[in-house]
Design a protein around this ligand. Structure first.
Ligand code: ADP
Ligand code: MG
Length: 218
């Protein structure tokens, strides 16, 4: 059967049910609505294209960050829709997502895939373009215990970045383990989920937040 990708909106809502921290967000259909919702969420906000045909939103000019006034939110709506239409005239534009802008943090990646031989596999690694190139990633075949998740966190080369490298304050490892556990439960319980990629997860001194998610279902 063909794989279908859930929208960021659907992905957020599904992950939120498992206790994964997602930014506050809403879909809007008009510039005026964008302004109103942005004000309600609180500035700054990020706005992104919501279209089933646009997988890599930034490539389509479909992501604008650091929007800090109502007027800027209204303008961003028009710009995002125009960019998306120029990028793919066939794309069905379902609206624009307005979301709370998460603070910068240590960027990590949590993913899942289905191996033809081993079945569901949970992956974890450092995020950020440079480290992604170096593939600092570890994986486990499901079922995964909380203890195994703890080990995954500690065995990547980038672990010192989580512990607090060169005088930096340590990051919230407990929350990271909880988020990975929640994501593991989500993957194990949703048998139709074949693959997903949460990139990035931002980890703070206290807490964490995901700012993008792609989930593929059968
Ligand atoms: P793409 O489909 O291009 O991967 P993303 O949703 O990942 O689009 O957005 C691109 C980038 O914009 C992210 O990698 C992140 O750096 C930034 N970003 C997106 N959403 C947020 C957010 N809610 N808070 C802070 N930064 C964000
Ligand atoms: Mg992304």
């Amino acid at each position: 059967m063909a794989k279908r990708m859930l929208s960021e909106f659907e992905s957020y809502d599904l992950l939120k049910q498992y206790g994964v921290p997602v930014p506050e967000h809403a879909i809007v259909k008009t510039p005026a609505e964008a302004g109103k919702v942005a004000e309600k969420i609180g500035f700054p906000v990020v706005m992104k294209i919501h279209s089933p045909q646009i997988v890599h939103k930034s490539d389509a000019g479909g992501v604008i960050v650091s929007i800090s006034t109502k007027q800027a939110a209204e303008e961003a709506f028009n710009r995002i829709v125009a960019n998306a239409k120029a990028y793919n005239p066939e794309a069905e534009i379902k609206g624009v997502i307005v979301e709370q802008q998460a603070a910068p943090g240590l960027e990590l990646i949590i993913g899942g895939k289905t191996d033809p031989a081993f079945g569901k596999v949970l992956t974890f690694g450092m995020g950020g373009t440079l480290v992604e190139l170096m593939k600092d990633v570890t994986l486990r075949i499901l079922p995964v215990s909380e203890e195994a998740i703890r080990q995954m966190v500690r065995e990547i080369h980038g672990y010192p970045m989580i512990q607090g490298y060169r005088g930096a304050k340590p990051r919230d490892e407990e929350t990271l383990v909880k988020v990975m556990w929640a994501i593991n439960c989500f993957f194990a319980e949703n048998t139709n989920v074949v693959e997903f990629d949460i990139n990035p997860v931002r980890l703070y001194e206290s807490g964490a937040c995901i700012v993008d998610a792609r989930i593929f279902v059968d």
